[in-house]
Design a protein around this ligand. Sequence first.
Ligand SMILES: [Zn+2]
Length: 192
Amino acid sequence: MAKRFTDTDKWKKEWFVEIRGRDKLLWQYLCDNCDHAGIWDVNLVLASRLCGFKYVREDVKQIFGKQIKEFDNGKRWWIPSFIKFQYDCAVERLNPKNIVHRSVLRTLVRYDLYSLSVEQQGAFKELPRGFEAPKDKDKDKEKDKEKAVSTGVIVKKKKVCTLHDNGKPFYYEGQFCPRCFTPIGEPQNVDF
Ligand SMILES: [Zn+2]
């Protein structure tokens, strides 16, 4: 069983002190049962059985309104603060060279939670270290290609990653592939 840090400061936080004991128990359950990125596959029936209290989705969402973010059509909840106390750094400070951090980053990007969390904190307008949401990246790639074709000039030197999409080349700038967070050095530089 995985060992996890627990946020001992929660006992100093007003929102935590004010909720009922049964909700404190649920919070502990969520923090122990979410994945390494702080994502929990919502299963309140199981949580209710294991904690011994009946939890209703709408009530819980109200109680933990600021602590959890619902996504994936309500199938999953994300606890953004989990990353801060588990890895002792803000989301945008996770280091792709660290294998665990990289896995967390991949998960957050997959669910569109990465840019969301950074936006919410308002700390960074642009994604650091060359991270970019995969959706926009494809559009940019097309634009760059068009430019290169129309002007006959090589627009930019980019890197290519072939570790996903069945080996289809994925072009990007910056130090790390924004999809798989492969560290610098592994992809090759290509002109196109
Ligand atoms: Zn990649």
